[in-house]
Design a protein around this ligand. Sequence first.
Ligand SMILES: [Zn+2]
Length: 223
Amino acid sequence: MTKRSVLDIIYPPRCVFCREFLKDGESAVCAECMRELPWTYSRCEVPVANCARCVAPLEYRDNAAQALLRFKFGGRVTYARCFAELVAECLRGHTDMDFDLVTWVPLAPLRYVKRGYSQSKLLASALARELGLPKARLLVKKLDTQKQSGMSGAAARRANVSGAFGPVGKGMRGKKILLVDDVVTTGATLSECALVLRVAGAAKVTAAALCTAHKANRRIGRE
Ligand SMILES: [Zn+2]
């Protein structure tokens, strides 16, 4: 029997993904979700321009998508730690782990004010702690672009984010940067952010997200 805090007794912990109560010995994710979630496994790499690599441990569907939506819009900010552990595990398995610092894809100021928090910053902060790296705000969103999720087609998404981000300070100069977002779809946003960082002097940009909706990461047989 694992030692449980008073809080755990009053609010028994639930699985981050399926929300079932956790059993003794389970932490954040239940055994069934560990088996059944839409893991990308060896298909975790997302093709993103301007990035040395981009990886994501989960496909954006089913309970993975639902958990991310609760994190993003439902105030479940405590999910950040669990998500960061999953992203870190994916990075350890599929990248050179050669990063100097962690940064994130910023929200437009208006969206940040409305939501009260930035999910990408929360994920980046938790990931920085998990990896023992410093985090730094290196990007700002200049334009309030249309939501990428409301757009179809890679070209439209690229055009929508072109010129939307700018550099903050000089902290990226000569640095190998881990760039974090919650979900990657066509990779247009991460690619644009990586370009801004490279132009501002970053030596290398590696990107990571919790989920990927990119067609390259779908399992064979799904279209
Ligand atoms: Zn579960």
